[in-house]
Write a protein that binds this ligand. Sequence first.
Ligand SMILES: Cc1cc2nc3c(=O)[nH]c(=O)nc-3n(C[C@H](O)[C@H](O)[C@H](O)COP(=O)(O)O)c2cc1C
Length: 245
Amino acid sequence: MTPTIDLLTRHRSIRKFTDEAVDPALFTRLIEAGQAAASSSFLQGVTIIRVTDPDKRAGLRAAANDQAYVETAPEFLVFCADLSRPMRCCTAHGGVPAKGLTEQFIIATVDAALYAQNIVIAAESAGLGICYIGALRNDPARVTELLGLPQQVYPVFGLCLGHPAQDPEVKPRLPVGVTLKENSYSTDGEEEAISAYDEEMRTYYANRSANIKVQGWSDQMAGLLAKEGRPHMLPFLRSQGFLTR
Ligand SMILES: Cc1cc2nc3c(=O)[nH]c(=O)nc-3n(C[C@H](O)[C@H](O)[C@H](O)COP(=O)(O)O)c2cc1C
């Protein structure tokens, strides 16, 4: 329909990269594209740490469940939700920042995600591949220490960037009718649609070029949601000054 929509629907995560560096001028443009994202209350509550130090890369890999591409991708960015900067501005203007509000946490986290996704789209439009790394939150305290993050800042996720050295298949998404509703929430027709989607996913997983498995989508969710994922996040976020009220 448009080249941008075509690009978006061709997305797939890339987990193997060539050694070719990302062109420095392109890298700067990607960051500028990220900066251009909409920002709630114009807070711009994001700091990105570009990690070039090999020792820090190795430390981040260890924190992220030993995922090799965290260390080997030509570029690795850590997206941090950052309330500390606007709070410093508040103090500089004689104000007393209200801290720990859940709303502020949401604003900064959403800002980080929008910023990152702008970079992702820009990168993919230039032929680069990306992989988000939420696994940094396996050990957020270690990431925080490695990167010297102050209070009111936390690492939301990482992002691997580089030239793709693989060409994986596009992963099918839920049918639009399952995620798009009109005027009110409804689960009408959901069971049948998800069952058809499970079949589509089983075929995808059985036939894809790497990491073949026997699985649908809903059973994957059963496994995921039955376990307590990263229960350390609330105490960690509170220790960084977030989510106290
Ligand atoms: C916030 C976020 C965190 C993610 N964390 C990881 C990760 O730690 N490791 C990984 O290999 N993929 C990670 N992914 C990639 C997802 O597994 C992937 O996007 C999803 O399976 C859909 O596949 P696709 O991106 O190829 O379409 C993450 C994606 C997002 C959006």
